[in-house]
Design a binder for this molecule. Structure first.
Ligand code: GMT
Length: 385
C-alpha cells in the first residue's frame, strides 16, 4: 500500500479510546505511514521515538470574556492547519465528542481539501454522552459529517443505529492487542513480589468510574477469598476509588487488596494474574479483558455491551448478568479450583487474542478502509498492497 499521511486525534490521558488510538498510530507508523497526532497532550502510551510519528500539541488561548478556553475551536483550527501543512490524506478521530465535530469544522475551514475523515466510536460517546439531550444532536452531526464511521464492536454499532435511526453504514473493527507485548512469558517477572506461590491473584484495572461497578469487583473477590488463599490487585484511579477502599476496609480485607494506582506499563501485571474481573454495567468492548486474555489470563465479566464479542463464555472466561456477583464468584472458583480446566481456558484465551484480535490483522482493516475512501487498493495483513 502506498504510505499515507494520517492525522489522529484522541483523548491522550489514560483510557481505552486513547490507548487504542495511540497503538493504532504506532502500528501505522511501523507499517510505513506518516502519523500526526493532533492532541492536547502527548498520548500516554506513545513511548519511544519513531521517525514516522509527529505530535502536534494544542495551545488554547484564554481571555476574560470567554467563560472557558475555546478548546474545541482551537483543536479544529489545529486540525485544519496540520492537514494543510502536512498534506494529510486521512484524519482519523477517536471518540465522537468533540473530535468528529472538530474534524467537520476543520474540513469546512479547508474548503476543497481531499482529506478523508474517519470517526471511530468507542462507547461512552454513544452510551453515555449521546443519551444527553443537550449533546445528542451535536454527536449526530459528527457522525453524519464523517466520511466513514467505525465502531469497536457490533453491539456499539447496533446501539448507535438504534439511537440515531441513521441509515449510514457503521463498520465494525474490533480493538486489538499486540500479542508480543502482552505475552504469558512475562508471568514470572513481578508475580513473586505480589503474592505467595499458593495465593491466587485476581486483577481489575479501570478508570474507577461508577460504570465499572468496583463494588462488584470487591464482592466477587471477598467470596473467592473466603474459599481460597487469594489477593486482589486494583490498578487505576477514579471517582469510585474511595468507595472501593471503604468497602475493602468494612470487609476486613485490607491485607489482601493492593491499590496500585495508575500504571503505565501493565503487561507484567496482567501476566502475573490468575483471573481478570470486569463486571461493568456498560462496556462497548473491554480492551483490558483482551489484554488479559493475550497474557493467558481468563476473564470473569458481565455480559454487557461488546464484552461477549471479546470473551468467549465457557472457553476463555465466564460471563454473568450485570450485578450477579454470586455467579461471578462461583465461576471464578470453578476455574481456580480445577487446574486442568484453568490451563484449557488460559490457552484458549491466548489463542483467541492472537488469532482474532492481533494488532496487524485489525490495523490492516483500518488501512483497507483508508484505501477504499481514497479509491486505492487495499493492503493485506503484512501491509502489502
Ligand atoms: O473504559 C472507559 O470507560 C474508557 C473508555 C474510553 O473512552 O477511553 O473506554 C471505551 O473505549 C474502549 C476502547 O475502545 C473500550 O474498550 C471500552 O469498553 C469503552 N468503555 C465503555 O464502553 C464504558
Amino acid at each position: 500500500m502506498k504510505p499515507l499521511r494520517i492525522g489522529i486525534s484522541c483523548y491522550p490521558t489514560v483510557g481505552g479510546s486513547g490507548a487504542v488510538a495511540t497503538e493504532l498510530g504506532k502500528a501505522l507508523a511501523r507499517r510505513g505511514h506518516e502519523v500526526h497526532f493532533i492532541v492536547t497532550d502527548v498520548p500516554f502510551r506513545l513511548g519511544t521515538f519513531h521517525p514516522n510519528i509527529f505530535v502536534h500539541e494544542l495551545d488554547t488561548m484564554t481571555y476574560p470574556v470567554l467563560r472557558t478556553p475555546p478548546y474545541d475551536f482551537s483543536l479544529a483550527a489545529l486540525m485544519a492547519r496540520t492537514v494543510r501543512e502536512h498534506r494529510l490524506d486521512v484524519l482519523h478521530v477517536h471518540y465522537a465528542l468533540p473530535f468528529a465535530v472538530c474534524a467537520f469544522l476543520a474540513k469546512e475551514m479547508l474548503g476543497s481539501s481531499p482529506v478523508q475523515t474517519v470517526l471511530t466510536l468507542h462507547g461512552t460517546d454513544i452510551t453515555v454522552l449521546a443519551q444527553d439531550d443537550t449533546l445528542m444532536d451535536v454527536i449526530r452531526l459528527g457522525i453524519e459529517k464523517s466520511d466513514a464511521v467505525t465502531a469497536v464492536s457490533a453491539s456499539l454499532a447496533e446501539q448507535t443505529h438504534g439511537l440515531f435511526h441513521i441509515e449510514r453504514p457503521i463498520e465494525v473493527i474490533h480493538n486489538f492487542v499486540d500479542p508480543d507485548v502482552f505475552h504469558p512469558s512475562l508471568r514470572a517477572k513481578v508475580r513473586g513480589s505480589l503474592a505467595d506461590p499458593d495465593e491466587k491473584i485476581l486483577l481489575h484495572t479501570s478508570n474507577f468510574r461508577a460504570v465499572k461497578r468496583i463494588g462488584d469487583v470487591v464482592e466477587v473477590f471477598a467470596r473467592v477469598h473466603e474459599a481460597m488463599p487469594s489477593r486482589l490487585l486494583l490498578v487505576g484511579e477514579g471517582p469510585e476509588l474511595g468507595v472501593a477502599r471503604e468497602r475493602v476496609r468494612s470487609l476486613g480485607l485490607e491485607a489482601y487488596v493492593e491499590f496500585l494506582g495508575k500504571q503505565d506499563d501493565v503487561a507484567e501485571l496482567f501476566a502475573a494474574a490468575d483471573l481478570f474481573l470486569l463486571p461493568s454495567a456498560k462496556e462497548s468492548f473491554g480492551l483490558v479483558a483482551l489484554e488479559a486474555m493475550a497474557t493467558g489470563v481468563p476473564v470473569i465479566a458481565s455480559d454487557a455491551g461488546g464484552i461477549p464479542e471479546v470473551v468467549a463464555h465457557g472457553e476463555t472466561g465466564f460471563l454473568a448478568p450485570v450485578g450477579a456477583v454470586g455467579d461471578m464468584a462461583e465461576y471464578a472458583l470453578h476455574l481456580l479450583q480445577d487446574d486442568h480446566l484453568y490451563a484449557r481456558f488460559s490457552a484458549a484465551a491466548r489463542a483467541r487474542a492472537e488469532t482474532q484480535f492481533a494488532v496487524n490483522r485489525q490495523v490492516a482493516r483500518y488501512e483497507a478502509l483508508y484505501a477504499r475512501l481514497r479509491g486505492g487498493a487495499a493492503p493485506d495483513e503484512a501491509g502489502k498492497p
